[in-house]
Design a protein around this ligand. Structure first.
Ligand code: BES
Ligand code: MN
Ligand code: ZN
Length: 481
């Protein structure tokens, strides 16, 4: 990640740009408004106007629109600016006087997010210097730090998700988490191997991972700052590759299934980010990791498995594997971890994109306040979600003749029914739970503003923002930590 440096310039005025770099004038002040006049879409967020190079000033000058001048507008501007400069240039950004600290957060996040490439370090400017026309740069430094942590966590989630499944087996994923956590004091990681999972009754996770040459495991990351009172438990689906199992997918349906651990990547990366920001909230992140493979030891359609809570599931279709391993872990979290809030993220159903298209996750919750908090966090962070109903009418779809339920009704409302399946394991915490089906937005087919082609890291930004908002509310309420 290239560096972004804040520089204070107390007076508004002419900014001299280095000859080797590119300069960006952003924002809605008089100066930039004047320069925008005559462009096709003046001021639209992310619109770039390149000024003709004046003689004797070899620096390239870009005028970048920030739309309404809110954080989203600045995020779009930041993304557009880094896309408009050639790699290895130094970029100088001049902000209007009196700009909100949220502008710096949006700008920096947009720059870093758009500059991401999998296994390629030479994209984006060599360095970025942001000139603030203020006498108090410190109030912006915190915003920049939050942006840096958010972007770094998103990069990590993208890296994990983009990694081919030939490398990314459950053990490899767990190793990455252990290594990342070791670099941060205050985090503890527990990895349960397949023997322990079997002994402790994680029947869904053991069944899903049973067909693979690389065994399943459960990664548990705990962030427990002293004095924290609230406990947020995050659960993420970690299927390192989903062939569909014996109910095998089509080639087209399978080709992107290395992304089926995007939920696990997001909750782990967000937890690491929360530790980086030393957020005063207890967090437990649980990532059940398994490869859903085809082999003689794979679980079959029609098998009956015993979940962690002792109830049974008839596995009608081995491609409905995510709910089986999530069910175990949700039940375990409810029984053992006393969560105040439980949030799970999962690339759970193709029906997510049928209902909501490529960019919007489906949100399910009985808790209006939690749903609203997540929607607000997502909106401010630049990730979209839409709340769908946990419709009781469809609970009967889950009925099985030979087990407590079956796993894969095919009567429509696939994303809703998957959420209802998960709810079965929430017990008395069903009203403190939110489920995000993020199958669609976990991946982008193209470079687009702050998204890069491939894994998007969807969820990291929303979760970090949600956790930060909670920490702020906590402080505002006058509680110690
Ligand atoms: N991992 C898939 C869901 C998915 C599909 C994620 C497309 C991202 C893009 C999940 O395990 C799955 O296969 N779900 C089935 C469930 C069905 C068999 C009840 C689906 O959605 O078709
Ligand atoms: Mn599947
Ligand atoms: Zn899957």
């Amino acid at each position: 990640m290239f560096g972004i440096r804040l520089v204070a310039a107390s007076e508004a005025g002419t900014v001299v740009l280095a000859a080797d770099g590119a300069g960006v004038l952003a924002g809605g002040d008089d100066e930039t408004a004047e320069l925008h006049r005559g462009s096709d879409d003046p001021g639209r967020a992310g619109a770039v106007v390149v000024l003709p190079r004046p003689l004797r000033t070899p620096a390239k000058i870009l005028i970048v629109g920030v739309g309404a001048g809110d954080e989203a507008g600045w995020r779009a501007a930041g993304a557009a600016a880094v896309r408009a400069v050639t790699a290895d240039e130094a970029l100088h950004v001049v902000l209007p006087a009196g700009v909100d600290p949220a502008a710096v957060r949006g700008l920096a996040e947009g720059m870093w997010l758009a500059a991401y490439r999998f296994r390629d370090a030479v994209v984006g400017p060599r360095s970025v210097e942001v000139t603030l026309r203020t006498s108090d740069p410190d109030m912006y430094a915190h915003s920049l730090e939050i942006a840096r942590v958010t972007a770094a966590a998103t990069w990590l989630a993208r890296d994990l998700t983009n990694m081919p499944a030939s490398v990314k087996n459950p053990a490899w994923f767990a190793d990455q988490v252990v290594a990342e956590a070791a670099a941060r004091p205050g985090l503890t990681v527990t990895v349960r191997d397949a023997d322990r999972l079997r002994a402790e009754g994680f029947g869904g996770l053991v069944a899903v991972g049973g067909g693979s040459a690389t065994p399943p495991c459960l990664v548990e990351v705990a962030w427990q700052p002293e004095g924290a009172t609230r406990h947020v438990v995050l659960v993420g689906k970690g299927v390192t590759f989903d062939t569909g199992g014996i109910s095998i997918k089509t080639p087209d349906g399978m080709k992107l299934m290395k992304k089926d651990m995007g939920g696990a990547a997001a909750i782990i990366a967000a937890t690491l980010g929360a530790a980086d920001l030393a957020l005063p909230v207890r967090i437990t992140a649980l990532a059940p990791l398994a490869e859903n493979a085809v082999s003689g030891s794979a679980f079959r359609p029609g098998d009956v498995i015993t979940q962690w809570d002792g109830t049974t599931t008839e596995t009608t279709n081995s491609d409905a594997e995510g709910r089986l391993l999530l069910a175990d872990v949700l039940a375990y979290a409810v029984a053992e971890l006393e969560p105040d809030v439980l949030i799970d993220l999962a690339t759970l159903t193709g029906a997510n994109s049928v209902a909501l298209g490529a960019r919007t996750a489906a949100l399910y919750s009985h808790d209006d306040a939690l749903a609203a908090a997540l929607e607000t966090a997502g909106r401010n962070a630049g990730e979209q979600m839409w709340r769908l109903p946990l419709a009781d009418d469809y609970v009967e779809y889950l009925r099985s003749d030979i087990a407590d339920r079956h796993s894969s009704p095919v009567r429509g409302a696939g994303s809703v029914v998957a959420a209802l399946f998960l709810r079965e394991f929430l017990g008395d915490r069903a009203d403190r739970w939110a489920h995000l089906d993020m199958s669609a937005p976990a991946w982008s087919e193209e470079h687009d503003a702050d998204l890069t082609k491939g894994a998007t890291g969807w969820g990291v930004r929303t979760l970090l923002r949600y956790l930060l908002d909670g920490a702020q509310a906590h402080r505002a309420a006058g509680l110690s930590t």
